[in-house]
Write a protein that binds this ligand. Structure first.
Ligand code: HEM
Ligand code: NAG
Length: 359
């Protein structure tokens, strides 16, 4: 009892201390804006924030927020540690869109590039900055997501990335991991980045069923992707199989062959499984890997930290679960050193996953 109240008083002192620290940070009013900033150099980004939230992302974890994250990857991964190409996170996918958007792995990105370009031009921002800003804001619109770092000041891209830098879902795990290693990412970082598929859907894999999600909760940055990809597949959402697609466990859900294989490969299955019941771990590892991705090929010493502009995401309302009709018996155990965690099953009849509506 005494120890408990002693602890409590420590906690309240800590809270008081934090509050007074927060109040001590000086904020300046931004011109032509309702916002205040800690760093005045970040003021202009608040205007971009208001504009893209209102006119593109709609402050929702919808299709446009999802697409804003996907383009971050497809732009940045055009980078190599061994070969002389690619400016990484430099906006080349917009600046040299005539070249890069023709690559088959970039199918569908043309729409996102066309959506973002006018915001960059209107606000005098480079394409590398707008992509990474919109990606971080898009992620922040998704409950459960981490608040990503945002650094501003990338120069204009000077050359397109060559074809073949973006992984395809039909490639083998060793091939994908080798490409990621060439860009500087470990297998653990690859899996952390794939938390992105928690807020994702496919338009191009099966073009007859656009907006087909990869998990049953595409509007939340939760761990369901890591649970549902480990369930035995039972069918295709459309008239599959299409290239890069394998059977999924739920009607209306799509499973990428690469996600399926990452969940089962000896190199990655235990990391995959470790995120299934650990939202904070998934969120933290994703944020760390994104921090690296967002500045690939950039001189970080020349960038300024405008993370303050990125909204604070809401908490997820999803409790990790097996979809209705599924239990631990439907799990295809892959990790050799630990049993896949158990979850409660959602009540009700077998679930049908609704498509992500177009925006
Ligand atoms: C092994 C690596 C990866 C492969 C093979 C892959 C493949 C794909 C494919 C095929 C789609 C569906 C595109 C469509 O048909 O419209 C997709 C969607 C998506 N991917 Fe990936 N991806 C990979 C890694 C990543 C990474 C690292 C990120 C971000 C950090 C990411 C973010 C997304 C998002 C957010 C979507 C959904 C876009 C939307 O709903 O509009 N992916 N991915
Ligand atoms: C990027 O290029 C545009 C013209 O395409 C130019 O207006 C802008 O000043 C350049 N930005 C930087 C940071 O070099």
């Amino acid at each position: 009892m005494a120890i408990k109240s002693l602890l409590l008083s420590f906690v309240s002192i800590a809270v008081l201390f934090q509050t007074s620290q927060a109040a001590a940070v000086k904020r300046v009013a931004c011109p032509h804006s309702t916002h205040t900033a800690i760093n005045p150099a970040c003021c202009s980004w608040y205007n971009v924030l208001d504009d893209i939230q209102e006119n593109l992302l709609e402050s929702e974890c919808g299709e446009n927020s999802h697409s804003a994250l996907r383009i971050v990857f497809h732009d940045a991964i055009g980078f190599s540690r061994t070969k002389d190409f690619g400016g990484g996170a430099d906006g080349s996918i917009i600046k040299f869109g005539d070249t890069e958007l023709e690559f088959s792995a970039n199918a569908g990105i043309d729409e996102t590039a066309a959506d973002l370009q006018p915001f960059a031009d209107a606000h005098g921002k480079t394409y590398g900055d707008i992509i990474n800003f919109a990606g971080a804001v898009g992620v922040a619109n998704c409950p459960g997501a981490p608040r990503l770092q945002f650094l501003a000041g990338r120069p204009n891209a000077t050359a397109p990335a060559p074809d073949g830098t973006v992984p395809d879902p039909f490639q083998t795990i060793p091939v994908i991991l080798a490409r990621m290693a060439d860009a500087g990412f470990s297998p653990a970082e690859m899996i952390a980045l794939l938390a992105s598929h928690s807020i994702a859907a496919a338009d191009e894999v099966d073009t007859t069923i656009p907006g087909t999600p990869f998990d049953s909760t595409a509007d939340q940055f939760d761990t369901q992707i890591f649970i549902e990809t480990q369930l035995r597949g039972t069918g295709f959402p459309g008239t599959g199989p299409h290239q890069g697609e394998v059977e999924s466990p739920l009607v209306g859900e799509m499973r990428l062959q690469s996600d399926h294989n990452f969940a089962r490969d000896d190199a990655t299955s235990c990391i995959w499984q470790s995120f299934a019941d650990n939202q904070p771990l998934m969120s933290q590892k994703f944020a760390a890997a994104m921090k690296k991705l967002a500045v690939l090929g950039q001189d970080v010493s020349k960038l300024i930290d405008c993370s303050e502009v990125i909204p604070i995401p809401k908490k997820t309302t999803v409790t990790p679960h097996f979809p209705a009709g599924k239990t631990h018996a439907d799990i295809e155990q892959a990790c050799a050193t630990a049993v896949f965690p158990d979850f409660p099953t959602l009540p009700g009849p077998a679930q049908t996953v609704a498509p992500v509506p177009p925006q």
